[in-house]
Design a protein around this ligand. Structure first.
Ligand code: FAD
Ligand code: 2HG
Ligand code: ZN
Length: 454
């Protein structure tokens, strides 16, 4: 207790009392995750406003043996930002630096606390765009997205966060400030790729304070289509074909069962009637007539039935609502158990079709939605029914994924939810290497000690 009190005194003098929040009414929202599956408690939420202040926090934590949980927008879906063992929360949202866009380099440097939507808005006037986009865009921060190597809806064209990350600034678990390629060199072949290492480290190696991000051309035209198919097989086959179309930037899969749940939630009818067995939401973007390019690509797909197409912003948003409504519609039914998985291309359709029956065997009477980023072989199995602390359904789904040669985490990370699966996924040698990296960069195990490594 006295050690924690001394830690509090140190951080109060580093951050000022206003940014050491101990009032439980104010810390409560930091202690529960988005899914409501993970609940913790914390003696304090720290709100550093600069890289130096983050370094002071980490150094004080080392001195006093205090464990830290970094937190951005708290939209993570694997419990990685929840203080489950009473850790101190470090809220990074005051790191809101927004440097001018470097149009010549097609890069921008931003603070870790900047929300994704702010990055999008910041680079748009320079006719540039940030390639990563995801449903939690208003809250998810750049630091959290780097820490989880977030994916989202455009991975099929531009890759995940790791591909967009040119450089990183971070306070390591040692308290030292690491500056890795923040000058944004496109080529720098001098040893280990530290930005790539920190990307996906889930707060276990240190605290990301800023990122140098790659930008892409802002598309002049965007068009989206909901395309119906008689079978999941046809839809998945179509997704593979569409990956070869240069203008296609998103290929998202939904099934009739999931759409029925969303239709109830939205109190609307699916725009394709009768509702097909499987639906792809396909988005095309670029210069020239992308609507025509999208129409031609869709018309050439074997098995495509009806399509609803839109190229104005409001119409596209209406189509996307059917896809982005899935997690909200599921959450409205209760606490959602989530398995975020990738399958080898050839195994995806069969898995999507098998998942609901697999869930029904383990937890009869549950509601199951299977949807996701078909272009990446990544689907999200959302199950409502089992008690919040019952892992049996997710375990059964993950076991089925491993049997089929897939991954137990495609884009959300391991967090606390999937720690038990890491060795089975990656093997002892890889996990031992990860432990070695962890102990080199965070020797006192103060950075998210409960996360990622079993
Ligand atoms: P948090 O939830 O605060 O933290 C996530 C992890 O990162 C934790 O382990 C935390 O300790 C660590 N962390 C946070 N900030 C830092 C930092 N500065 N330094 C070091 N570690 C840090 N994810 C996808 O990949 N693709 C999607 O399509 C997608 N869609 C989503 C849609 C919705 C509606 C929701 C709620 C979530 C979605 N997510 C998606 C998950 C989530 O948005 C991402 O994981 C996002 O990257 C988390 O960002 P955050 O700032 O909220 O991080
Ligand atoms: C998405 O693609 C997100 O919508 C969230 O990754 C998925 O909530 C989920 O399971
Ligand atoms: Zn996703």
């Amino acid at each position: 207790v006295s050690s924690v009190r001394t830690f509090h005194e140190d951080v109060r003098s580093a951050l000022g009392g206003r940014h050491v929040v101990t009032d439980q009414d104010l810390t409560a929202s930091h202690c529960i995750d988005w899914t409501r599956r993970w609940h913790g408690s914390t003696p304090a939420v720290l709100r550093p406003g600069s890289t130096d202040e983050v370094a002071e926090v980490v150094s004080a934590a080392r001195r006093h043996h205090v464990a830290l949980v970094p937190q951005g927008g708290n939209t993570g879906l694997v419990g990685g930002a929840t203080p489950l063992a009473g850790e101190v929360v470090v809220d990074l949202r005051r790191l809101d630096r927004l440097d001018p866009v470097d149009a010549a380099a097609r890069q921008v440097t931003v603070g870790a606390g900047v929300p994704l939507a702010t990055v999008h808005a910041h680079v748009a006037p320079a006719s540039l765009a940030f390639a990563v986009d995801l449903g939690a865009r208003e809250q998810a921060t750049v630091g959290g997205m780097v820490a989880t190597n977030a994916g989202g809806i455009h991975v099929v064209r531009n890759g995940p966060m790791r591909v967009q990350l040119v450089g990183v600034e971070a306070v390591l678990g040692t308290g030292q400030v690491l500056v890795a390629n923040m000058a944004g060199l496109e080529k720098d072949n001098t040893g280990y790729d530290l930005p790539a290492l920190l990307c996906g480290s889930e707060g276990t190696l240190g605290i990301i304070t800023a990122a140098r991000l790659r930008l892409v051309a802002r598309p002049e035209m965007v068009a989206a289509a909901l395309v119906g198919f008689d079978s999941v097989d046809d839809a998945v086959w179509a997704a593979s074909t569409l990956r070869g179309e240069p203008a296609v930037v998103a290929i998202e899969l939904m099934t009739a069962d999931g759409l029925a749940v969303v239709a109830d939630f939205l109190q609307q009818s699916v725009p394709l009637l009768p509702v097909p067995a499987a639906v792809l939401l396909v988005e095309a973007a670029g210069r020239g007539d992308v609507t025509a390019a999208l129409g031609d690509a869709v018309a050439a797909l074997p098995g495509a039935l009806d399509a609803a197409v839109s190229d104005d912003a409001a119409g596209r948003e209406r189509l996307w609502r059917w896809r982005e409504g899935h997690h909200e519609a599921a959450a409205a039914l209760g606490v959602v158990h989530k398995a975020d998985v990738t399958l080898p291309t050839g195994a995806l359709a069969r898995f999507v079709m098998a998942a609901p029956a697999l869930v029904e065997r383990v937890a009869p009477g549950s509601t199951t939605l299977v949807y996701g980023h078909a272009g990446d072989g990544n689907v999200h199995v959302n199950v409502v029914g089992p008690k919040p602390d019952d892992d049996s359904v997710v375990d059964a789904v993950l076991a089925a994924v491993l049997e089929r040669g897939g991954s137990v985490s495609a884009e959300h990370g391991i967090g606390v939810a999937k720690r038990a699966w890491l060795v089975r996924q990656r093997g002892e040698v890889a996990v031992t290497a990860m432990r070695g990296i962890k102990s080199a960069l965070d020797p006192d195990n103060i950075c998210n000690p409960g996360v990622l490594l079993p």
